[in-house]
Write a protein that binds this ligand. Structure first.
Ligand code: 5GP
Length: 269
């Protein structure tokens, strides 16, 4: 009987006297204190989620313009590959060039379809460039910005100005060849345009040069130095995205977090 009692005591020690008080303290320490913290847990989770949602500042819109033949297409694609930026695919009424695919370089549209898309508010901007329409589809850009991505628009000057009106935080970059001679040779060397079109594009370049001051940055795309050009653009994008004015929500979330921390300390006192 004694052995049985001892076994029971070992399994279920008595809860009276000094031993009982000890147990009470242990229970308090083990359960009550963590429970006090747990009381704040749902709030803490909700606040953390809210803060994370707020911290996710909107993405960055980067407009890359430049004279035809400056190499902005090559630079934009390389930026996408190297840094994972999103590239908006425009719609156009011009004919595809050899090797161009619908949905990859452009969405090739008839003029009627393009005009219908304008009516449906399908573009965030559109412009006419050397006899054809070009436009930036709205949905892709809005979705990508909402997801917090860097979105590149490779568009001409009129379109860039319309973007700046709607998105004042957009970064406007102008890419150029190191000289006009190089520019002309690149356009001719490309062999995709007739002499007449090359001339039209050079004339258009002269018009576009009038608007260079509307841009914030100018980057020269030198022969054989694509990597340098890309890195320069990448560092511009990086430093612009650290501007305090662009991180307002992040700053607000830091302040909110600190306020909450102070409140919790005061509650516990
Ligand atoms: P290309 O015919 O050489 O592909 O393009 C002619 C010009 O149209 C280039 O300067 C190019 O940047 C511009 N462009 C391409 N897509 C758009 C667009 O969606 N909107 C505007 N405004 N210009 C565009």
């Amino acid at each position: 009987y004694r052995m049985q009692e001892t076994k029971e005591r070992q399994l279920m020690p008595p809860v009276d006297g000094v031993q009982g008080q000890c147990l009470l303290w242990k229970v308090t320490i083990l359960f009550y204190l963590p429970l006090r913290q747990i009381r704040y847990l749902p709030d803490a989770i909700i606040n953390a989620v809210m803060r994370m949602r707020k911290m996710k500042d909107k993405g960055t819109l980067v407009v890359i313009s430049g004279f035809s033949g400056a190499g902005k297409g090559t630079v934009s694609k390389a930026l996408v590959e190297k840094f994972g930026y999103s590239l908006s695919v425009s719609a156009t009424t011009r004919q595809p060039r050899e090797g161009e695919q619908d949905g990859r370089e452009y969405y090739f549209k008839s003029e009627d379809d393009f005009l219908r898309l304008i009516d449906y508010n399908g573009f965030i901007e559109y412009a006419q460039y050397v006899d054809h329409y070009y436009g930036t589809p709205r949905k892709f850009v809005e979705d990508e910005l909402e997801a917090g991505h860097v979105v590149i628009l490779e568009i001409e000057v009129q379109g860039a100005m319309k973007i700046k009106e709607q998105y004042p935080d957009a970064i406007l970059l102008f890419i150029t060849a190191p000289s006009i001679e190089v520019l002309k040779n690149r356009l001719i060397g490309r062999g995709t345009e007739t002499a007449e079109v090359v001339e039209k594009r050079m004339r258009r370049a002269a018009e576009e040069a009038e608007s260079i001051e509307q841009y914030e940055f100018i980057v020269s795309n030198e022969e054989g130095k694509l990597e340098d050009c890309m890195n320069t653009i990448h560092s511009i994008i990086e430093s612009e995205s650290c501007r305090i004015t662009k991180r307002q929500e992040f700053v607000a979330s830091l302040r909110e977090g600190l306020e909450e921390y102070k409140e919790n300390i005061d509650k516990d006192k």
